[in-house]
Design a protein around this ligand. Structure first.
Ligand SMILES: Nc1nc2c(ncn2[C@@H]2O[C@H](COP(=O)(O)OP(=O)(O)OP(=O)(O)O)[C@@H](O)[C@H]2O)c(=O)[nH]1
Ligand SMILES: [Zn+2]
Length: 348
């Protein structure tokens, strides 16, 4: 699924170059994407930022599916005094295209109407894939833009976050909550007032296991030190090249079959339907290990256990049995083999 999406994004037409005299924008405006699952505290964070002393002219963009929560949203944000909002509506169809087109246009429109801003905050919907939203700032260098992506901030609910992160989605759907953590530069674990230390530790550990690089803050009412959220320069080169690298990194930081297959359900059969593994068993060989290793999987969970059985003279053949929906043996075989080679190279 990931791969397919990325390709489609490259094909998106109609990006409008922003006119500049020098060909290079004089001053670029940072955009911070604020994402996080439904009700995590994104709007609370927005309001907090807007009401804190920041000496910036901040524009707020809300990325909405146009499902009628508009009133609620504008009420939620309008306490913040001077406010510029522009709606980013995503209609059905190609999500990435509409984000890319509407997104940049929305920002251009906004600046035409209201003049320049110093900073833009973009709140995505709770179900958004921030990678797709972020990619709208991933414009070709020569296209130029006076906007650059400063960072992706993911707010997670300390009480419900764990459940959201581990929730199994209906056939073929990606767990959005986990994806939001995977692409984050900063994760804010919010609503710490609602949990005990132990629960909080679990959430923190889970976040860390999904994204080993992300900075983690813990808050109540999304109260953060603004210097920890704004001007992160997460993609330092302003031409977007580093964003491209990062999005790649997010993909390759989980090169394991386990997540792509069991968790992200990224693999599709020849008809394009996502594969779902319900049960998985097998005997696998690990380079340098004398013993056979048994693989056991149930839905998204799996374990690898060394058996007492030695390979000895037996040919080291990996045998895997998959039970599930839309499984395609050839594609699984190919994926498995490619990952195995990769890992062997890495280990040697
Ligand atoms: N107990 C508690 N409640 C909080 C905290 N932060 C936010 N809330 C409440 O959580 C609810 C949702 O907060 P929002 O900021 O609207 O969440 P959101 O992520 O913008 O929600 P959506 O845009 O609908 O996805 C509100 O009722 C907030 O008042 C906190 O730290 N503790
Ligand atoms: Zn909100």
């Amino acid at each position: 699924m990931d791969g397919v999406m990325m390709e489609e994004e490259d094909d998106c037409p109609d990006l409008v170059p922003i006119e500049t005299q020098s060909g290079r924008p004089a001053e670029q405006i940072p955009v911070t994407i604020i994402t996080g699952y439904l009700g995590a505290g994104k709007t609370t964070l927005l309001n907090y930022i807007l009401t804190e002393q920041h000496n910036k002219r901040i524009a707020v963009i809300l990325n909405e599916f146009g499902e009628g929560s508009a009133l609620e949203k504008s009420l939620a944000v309008s306490q913040a005094g001077e406010l510029y909002e522009e709606w980013l509506e995503l209609r059905n169809g190609c999500l990435c295209c509409s984000v890319k087109d509407n997104g940049l246009k929305a920002i251009e429109n906004l600046m035409e109407k209201k003049g320049k801003f110093d900073y833009i905050l973009l709140e995505t919907t709770g179900l958004a894939d921030p990678g797709a939203v972020a990619s709208m700032f991933w414009v070709d260098a020569e296209l130029g833009s006076d906007i650059y992506l400063d960072g992706i901030v993911t707010v997670i609910d300390a009480k419900y976050g764990l459940q959201q992160l581990t929730e199994e989605k209906a056939d073929g759907l990606v767990n959005e909550a986990a994806r939001q953590i995977a692409v984050a530069d900063l994760t804010i674990i919010n609503k710490t007032d609602l949990v005990k230390e132990e629960e909080l530790n679990q959430v923190r550990d889970t976040v860390r296991s999904i994204n080993g690089l992300v900075k983690i803050l813990e808050t109540q009412r999304s109260r953060v030190d603004l210097s920890e959220v704004l001007d992160l320069h997460s993609f330092d080169s302003k031409d977007g090249a580093n964003l491209a690298e990062k999005l790649q990194l997010v993909k390759s930081a989980r090169p394991h079959l386990d997540k792509d297959l069991l968790w992200e359900k990224m693999f599709c059969n020849k008809e394009g339907q996502p594969m779902t593994v319900i049960r998985l068993k097998g005997i696998v060989s690990f380079a340098g290990k004398a013993h056979q290793v048994m693989l056991q999987g149930v839905h998204e969970l799996y374990e690898l256990n060394e058996t007492p059985q030695l390979w000895e003279e037996n040919p080291r053949i990996n045998r895997l049995v998959f039970i599930g929906r839309n499984l395609d043996k050839d594609i699984l075989c190919e994926q498995f083999t490619s990952k195995v080679v990769l890992d062997t190279e890495k280990n040697s």
